[in-house]
Structure formats: structure tokens, C-alpha cells
Design a protein around this ligand. Sequence first.
Ligand SMILES: Cc1cc2nc3c(=O)[nH]c(=O)nc-3n(C[C@H](O)[C@H](O)[C@H](O)COP(=O)(O)OP(=O)(O)OC[C@H]3O[C@@H](n4cnc5c(N)ncnc54)[C@H](O)[C@@H]3O)c2cc1C
Length: 486
Amino acid sequence: MLVIGGGLAGLASAVALAEAGWKVQLLEKRPHLGGRATSYTLPDGNEVDNCQHVTLGCCTNLADFYHRAGAADKVRFYDELYFADRAGRRYAIKAGALPPPLHMAPSFAFFSALRFADKRGVAKAMLAIARAGGKPPDIEKLSMLDWLRRLRQTPAAINRFWRVVLTSALDEELDRTDARYGIDVFWKAFLANREGYRVGIPSVPLAELYEGCREAVTSRGGEVKLRCGVREVRLRDGAFSCALFEDGTEVAADACVVAVPHMALMELLPKEMFEAEGPLAGLQSLRTSPITGVHFWFDRKVMNEPFLALIDHTTQWIFNKTFLYSGSRAPQPVHKAEEPDESKAAAPAGQYLQLVISASYDLVAKSRQEIVDLCRAELAEILPATKGAQLLKATVIKEINATFSPQPEVDSFRPKQKLDVRKLFLAGDWTQTGWPATMEGAVRSGYLAAEALLADRGQPRKVLQPDLPYEGFSKRWAEKQKPRAR
Ligand SMILES: Cc1cc2nc3c(=O)[nH]c(=O)nc-3n(C[C@H](O)[C@H](O)[C@H](O)COP(=O)(O)OP(=O)(O)OC[C@H]3O[C@@H](n4cnc5c(N)ncnc54)[C@H](O)[C@@H]3O)c2cc1C
């Protein structure tokens, strides 16, 4: 059995197939596993994530995958979400004792970045989502911004709340986001279950999360080959025939899961498949959006919190990597920018921060220095200690085609994992999963491809994990919607 591509989709497929008793040959072009969600060592010896990756409590398949890979204890979950505004003021949101969807309401009531009228509008929109069991009517072809305007959200609520959460969750601007995707984020993460919003952050560099995958494959007689790029996937008589390596050699197999990014797929499969009548024609319409990661190493401690989401800034998130890697407990919530207490510093020698800007269209043409200057100016507002600190090193990583854009009607462009070509299966965050381009989406696609392949081989098996159960009023309201959905 061949799996081409060692990102999360390929790894999830490979591990599930190996566990089902198949000898898997996993072929990855690069020298490391993990694809876009990986880390590597810079020439100076610092190991950096390609970009900070976070998961949420509602990502049940990714959690299952980490468990299978023996990496679950390397991801730490935080119960409190920390925000900061232009004046450096801090806000924290967390679940309380009320049943969903009301569990975040008391905390949100004190979210003073918004005025009463803004919050009343947000509460009405949340209720509209929850009462419809996550599926409000008449949203087809609508952008998230259109839906928010339909619900009369104030400009402050749009900019200081909806945009803050959704741009980073979906890597797209609100006017280019399918309303279904935006609504789904709030339903799954904040309304349906009290655990859904919890933020999970790896406490090790990303590549370390995948060490167990190699073992899962090789211990069952399979093989993981790195630096092994596939140049072509050949079909014969409507079925997968073999893969051709970059050095010209061929490998045949009983079946093949191709788990490369959609743009790379176009190089591998016959081009007729992507033409107007072809089964993959929709991929020509799939757009991509950029993410920029900025890594700063300061000579001293400049930040107390484990992470911060920023309101009214270009920078959307700051991650305190020194803290996140330290294994320390999250500090007590803070309500204003505080001078860091050096005596409690996890690494007194300095601090490593990573900043993330999703849908970073405005930064694509900017130089490294312009981006560094912009981010430093913003840090000075949020973390005053950075003003007196020396910046020892800065790295900017621009991912121009970071993820597919969740544009309105995007699902009509995404192919299923099983095509009409026998023995050939697709996986990748861009295939039909119902999820946006996330690690959870990638793992789901890998599990779905494995399920399709196993069913095809007469070995049907459930691999995909269920969503978190709906709770409280959300459960009751979602159940009421069921007869209508039939
Ligand atoms: C900057 C950035 C930040 C992100 N942040 C988050 C986040 O915080 N949370 C989240 O959930 N998601 C995040 N994502 C999205 C997430 O990384 C992806 O959705 C997910 O990793 C995609 O996995 P994949 O396996 O589908 O694709 P990929 O990770 O792209 O894997 C495809 C693999 O195929 C290999 N390959 C390509 N061509 C060939 C070939 N010819 N032969 C052999 N191998 C080949 C590639 O080298 C790669 O390893 C982020 C993405 C980026 C880029």
C-alpha cells in the first residue's frame, strides 16, 4: 500500500492503514514528516515551527491521531483565552458553570473590549446559531460578512470580535469566507460543548509530534521513506498502476493514497483529470491565502502570558514559545500589561516569541525588515518591556499558499477521497471533509481515505471519530432541527 505525502493527511492514513494490518510504504519528498505542520532547525541551531499551530477541544480526530502517534501528552490545553487591545489592556474568556450554549456568557459579559450594544448584538447572533443547531437558514452562497450584516452586528463587534476569532481560525477575511464555515467555528468551538473552545498548543517543536508515526508503520512491516519525491502517478485501464520517483524508478502497489497539497497533485496526475469535464476540475477554482509567521528572540523576558490574541492590530497572535516549551503551568490571568517578573522567568537568559498573521495579504509584498519593524511597533504597545529589550534575532516566514481559502461555495470545488479511478484515493485538507484547512481537516481526510480504501478491499472499518457531543440547551435545540433536516 502506498501513501504519497507525509503531512498530517498522509500520516493519518498511513497509521490507520498500518493499524488495520497493511504494510504501508510512506513516501515523503522532504527530509522531515509533518508537511506544513512541522518544524526544522535553522542554520544557527534554533529549531522553529514552520508556523505556530494550535488545535481546539472540538478537533476530535486530531486528538485521536496524537493519541495513536503517542504524542497526546505533548499537547497542552489551556482553559482561558487571553486577549489584548491597543492600549495594552488584557481580557480573558473562559467557560463557567452554565450549560452550553451559555457557558461562555458570564465571561463574555465582562469582555470590556466591546460596549453593551456590541455585546447584545453578538449574543443575539450566537443565540441564532445555537437555536438552529449550528445550521441557520438561508446562508448558501453568503459570505460571513454578509451574514453578520444581516444580523445587524455593529462595526466594533465585527472588527473587535468576529474578525479576531475568524481570520486566524480560517485564514481568510470575513468578506471572502463562506458563512457556513464562520458559523461552524462558533458552533463547534463555543456553543455546542463546553470543551470545544479549549486551546491546545504543542509543548515541543512540531516535528517531535510525529516520531510515533514512523514506529506505527515500521513495526507492522511497512516503511517510511524521506527525501523521496514522486514525479508521476500512473493510471492504467481506469485504475492506479504505479508511482514514478524523481530518479525515474517505479513502484507498484495494491492501492495508493495521494496526500499531497492540491497544487502538487496537479503535477502528479494526468492533466485531463483537471480539465473542464474531469473529476478534479473544481481544484482549478480553489484559491489559497497566505500566513506570515514572525519569530523574535529577545535578550530578556518580555511577556508573562502563554499567548495573546490581539485586537485592532495587524499581528493577530503572540505565542510565548519559551513559556510554552517550559512545561510550566499557565500564570494567573492578568488584566493589564505588566512588567514581567524576572524572578519567575522560565528561561532568564531571554525569551522567544512567535507572532502569527493569517490572511496576511498586505504583508506579501513587504520586505522582511518592514514586517519586523511593524511587528516590533505593535509589540511595544502590547508588551512594553520589549521597548528596552534587545532583539537578538528575527526570522520572518511567509507562506504564500498557506491554506485553501474557505471562499463562498468552496465545498463544490473539493473532491471526495474516493474517485472513479480504482485503487486510487485522495487525502489532504483540501478534500471533502466539511472542515476548513486545518490539522483536524487534514487528519479527517486521511481517516476518510483509509476508510474508503479498507471498504474497497472488503475490510470496512470505522476510523473517523465523532464530534464532541452536543450538551445542554444546544443539544436540545440541535435535536429539534433533525426532523427539519430530513
Ligand atoms: C503557516 C501555517 C499556519 C497554520 N496554522 C494552523 C493552525 O494553527 N491550526 C491548524 O489546525 N492548522 C493550521 N494550518 C493548516 C495546517 O497546517 C494544514 O491544514 C495541514 O497541515 C495540512 O496537512 P496536509 O497533510 O493536508 O498537507 P501538507 O501538510 O501540505 O502535506 C503534504 C505533504 O506532501 C509532500 N509532498 C508534496 N509533493 C510530493 C511529492 N511529489 N512526493 C512526495 N511527497 C510530496 C509535502 O512535502 C508534504 O509533506 C496552518 C498552515 C500554515 C501553512
